[in-house]
Design a protein around this ligand. Sequence first.
Ligand code: PBG
Length: 319
Amino acid sequence: MRELAAEFRISIEDMILPYFVVGGKNKKEKIPSMPGIYRLSIDYLLKDLDSVQKLGIPGILLFGIPPEQKLKTENMKPLSEVNPAVYSKNGIVQRALYAIKKRFPELVLITDVCLCGYTAHGHCGIVKIKNHTIDNDSTIEILAKVALSHAESGADIVAPSAMMDGEVLAIRKTLDKNGFDNVAIMGYSAKYASSFYGPFREAAGSSPRFGDRKSYQMDYRNLNETIREVDQDIKEGADIVMVKPALAYLDVIRAVKESSNVPLAAYSVSGEYSMVKAASEKGWLEEKKAVLEILTSIKRAGADIIITYWAKDVAKWLK
Ligand code: PBG
């Protein structure tokens, strides 16, 4: 009876699993703050995807970690410089896409379109030398190039996460002009400046070396601004919009759901994962129960798609 009357259920068909991909071969590097999640080289990633497909997970979100990154940060190149690997067809994300698409044509491939892993300073865009502010317009030009290179390599959905004004429109135009009108855009429309990205930044080595992301990510004290950002992204051509983080932003998910009519994704971010992992390792929380409760609450709030590092576990738990 309880089963029959339950209003909301999560299902694996709605889940997306993020991956961190690194250069080289035979690499499976632990991420200390995210137990169970690894930085994988392409060969390992392909192996892992066998199980992902068997588990019925419909799609993945790819983050690339360029091999040159460490070197670059040590040498602090000019502020305006971006590692060209970000839009090269030999870049790590592009090579991964190509290999995955060939082997798993049905898997939905989503890519993060951002510069933070590819700038010496770790900000999501080009920084103006004069006053250390972000150069919005030159950044969106590069983001469009990045998105195009992802589409050419096999991405089904590109997800701009830099939070630059006009990024969705710039990407849409470039994709259409080059014959990729069937590649969809998932806007990180409501991306808050959040402390819950901490473990991700450790995983991706993408922390800003100075300042913070508050000038381009949203203030968690605001909600109306978010609705405006979402409307704007939809006007610019976003096919899917996203709220991120998820757990501390359930009201935002609900508000966006009510104010828009495109599919809504919620990103349960690294800090949400690490928090529950740490507590479960100490025996303070029961991981499975806590995770199913959290993810169901994200669904109840209104998310159509849930991006979660727990996707594989959930698939097993729901079986
Ligand atoms: C890159 C990006 C970040 C995340 C996704 N894309 C980090 C950031 O904005 O600092 C965070 C994801 C997570 O914490 O799981 N802009």
